[in-house]
Design a protein around this ligand. Sequence first.
Ligand code: GLN
Length: 495
Amino acid sequence: MSELSKLTIAAARDALRKGETSSAEITADCLSAIASADALGAFVHHTPDIARDQAAAADARIKAGDAPDMCGIPLGIKDLFCTKGVPSQAASRILEGFNPEYESTVTSKLFDAGAVMLGKLNMDEFAMGSSNETSVYGNAINPWRRGNDDAALTPGGSSGGSASAVAADLCLAATGTDTGGSIRQPAAFTGTTGLKPTYGRVSRWGIVAFASSLDQAGPMTKDVRDAAIMLGAMAGHDPLDSTSADIAVPDFEAALTGDIRGKTIGIPKEYRMDGMPAEIQKLWDDGTTMLKDAGARIVDITLPHTKYALPAYYVIAPAEASSNLARYDGVRFGHRAKLAAGDGITEMYEKTRAEGFGPEVQRRVMVGTYVLSAGFYDAYYNRARRVRALIKRDFDTVFADGVDAILTPATPSAAFGLGEMADADPIQMYLNDVFTVTVNLAGLPGIAVPTGQDKQGLPLGLQLIGRPWEEAELLNVAYSLEQSAGFVAKPAKWW
Ligand code: GLN
């Protein structure tokens, strides 16, 4: 077999079980694809030795007839996941030199299932960003380009390295995390599939915390079937994460019948934003027609508090971040500033944090500290929490009215150029998350599915939002949309 790094998880699994290829071969093909893709800035720590050992072990398991779905599948792992003995820096200078003594629950589960780690993937620092431009490693680059223009485009963020690596076929799939859209927006920008599970479906243990009540890990894959397979291996109750839910993990792949006849799909009017590009509106309309033609019932719905979601998110997420990031003090993890004679502990904290955190992280820590300060706690943090409850109630109401899934755009635009937002107000960057943050605030599952291309050939995605814990049903609607959209385009190789 050739071009093995281009395989989907499902195709690789089937070929491995039939003995048509080996994990060692697929892994070697991925490693050589990675070796010639430095220009993408996707992989930031390479673990070829671990990969080869894991692949050999997987091949032995497959030969012995013990082959879970993920057995022998080479993956990229976002730098936010702690991986034992392997740098896990959250793309921050402050975690330079941090090689965890333990493995995150998600990577443990994947490795127990036989998956292979190729290396760690670029991301925005502490997962704060929408373009991968806040990373200490430098930018990750989108393999897609605008027509014949060779300007470098963002793969989105914060899981930009994951999206770039999957889109460029450097790995079969990757892990991502999503606090406000960081799986779904990069997936939409790169023509890949990204699923944020229900809050509590996947353990957060061993994943560097950004905003603990919003963070959730999920799969970033080449198609919907792969998202179903990989979620199955990542999900499940974990006593080490008190917010991990003790509910059964269904067979997500078995739910993919593509039959959505009689399902009710809601189209929320509040997502029709002022100034929305015509191409995004058309994509959304086309997606609606596809689901209707597949036999779903389309209903207009209202989610009245949507307009407050972005401000509420940008109060709650920084508040939790400022608290979570207090642990980076120069004592326990990673970087410590060089101190001058006479410096005390305060200078050590100040210098370490000033050197170790980039500007976006510093901004979030300052905003978060401010909204939690005694004088402003009620005005900002408590008000944002109340808004969050109302946003959740909006969704509860439409689901109680019989809506099975909600269709929206995933992003307000196609991938933009790196540096294009450099001089913009930070709020311009935050607007990227306008369609995705509501899902995190309400703890719901959401998936981005590539559905079309813009005039310049860039991929565009739609988002489907499901009922809590009903990822299986959500994946099936996404599968139907994927089949109707028939998105098969790939970026032309330039790297
Ligand atoms: N772009 C959003 C932010 O900067 C979301 C990031 C994320 O989901 N990790 O906070």
